[in-house]
Design a protein around this ligand. Structure first.
Ligand code: ADE
Length: 237
């Protein structure tokens, strides 16, 4: 079973978003496990510090390597199991759907959440944390990033989503964005009295034609909104 172990100075932030909707149901039904380790339990000196000023000067505080090591060593897991350690940081490698798919197949994913200005680089290197970012923007800490990453990961675990076939056609599953979706009413009159119809083909009942239309729309949308993805798809052919 997928087990997420989160090293954080704010364990009370968890499960947070992960306790809602289908993911929350899966957590209750123990389709995955989530545990937090409070970094403050491994503080040093009389003040129980977990962070200190950066050598060389600069703003903010840096998480101490000895604190991170003690927290990691407190984790009791079977060494035979598939385990990875990641540190969430905007300076990491950008996560993507394929990466999340790989994480979702692990037995244990250990996630170090930074706060302050970061973590001492020696802890990251010596303890083999892979540096991962969830996007090119800076958050105040890794806790929300961990929830984003875990939500993306956990929904890929078999049995968590109601309709596993929805995974096959969703955005990024084949390096394309998902086609546009429509629902009732068939003709929608907006508040300015303008009528908007649903594309005809979707109500034709012709499944072959619908599939073809959706594929074309996926390509069109990807070319316009994410040309980088489209180029990648062409190169991967
Ligand atoms: N911590 C702060 N910003 C982050 C980001 N963009 N991705 C992952 N962790 C972060």
């Amino acid at each position: 079973m997928f087990n997420a172990i989160i090293l954080t100075a704010y364990p009370e932030m968890f499960p947070g978003n992960l306790s809602y909707s289908l993911i929350g149901k899966a957590l209750k039904e123990q389709k995955f496990n989530l545990e937090t380790i409070d970094l403050r339990n491994f503080g040093v000196d009389q003040r129980n510090s977990i962070d200190d000023e950066p050598f060389g000067g600069g703003p903010g505080m840096i998480l101490r390597p000895d604190v991170v090591e003690k927290a990691v060593l407190s984790i009791k897991i079977d060494p035979q199991k598939n385990t990875e350690r990641i540190y969430l940081t905007p300076a990491g490698k950008l996560a993507n759907q394929a990466k999340l798919g790989n994480f979702s197949k692990l037995d244990n994913l250990i996630i170090l959440c930074g706060r302050f200005e970061g973590v001492d680089q020696r802890a990251i290197d010596v303890l083999n944390f892979e540096e991962i970012s969830i996007g090119d923007y800076v958050l105040a800490g890794g806790e929300i990033a961990a929830q984003v990453l875990l939500e993306g990961c956990i929904r890929l675990i078999p049995g968590v989503l109601g309709q596993p076939e929805s995974l096959l056609e969703e955005s990024f599953s084949n390096n394309l964005l998902e086609y546009p979706q429509y629902t009732r009413p068939k003709v929608w009159e907006d508040t300015k009295k303008v009528l908007h119809e649903v594309p005809e083909v979707l109500i034709s009942g012709n499944h072959e034609k619908i599939k073809e239309w959706r594929y074309k729309e996926s390509i069109k949308k990807t070319k316009v909104k994410r040309p980088d993805l489209y180029i990648k798809k062409e190169q991967d052919k």
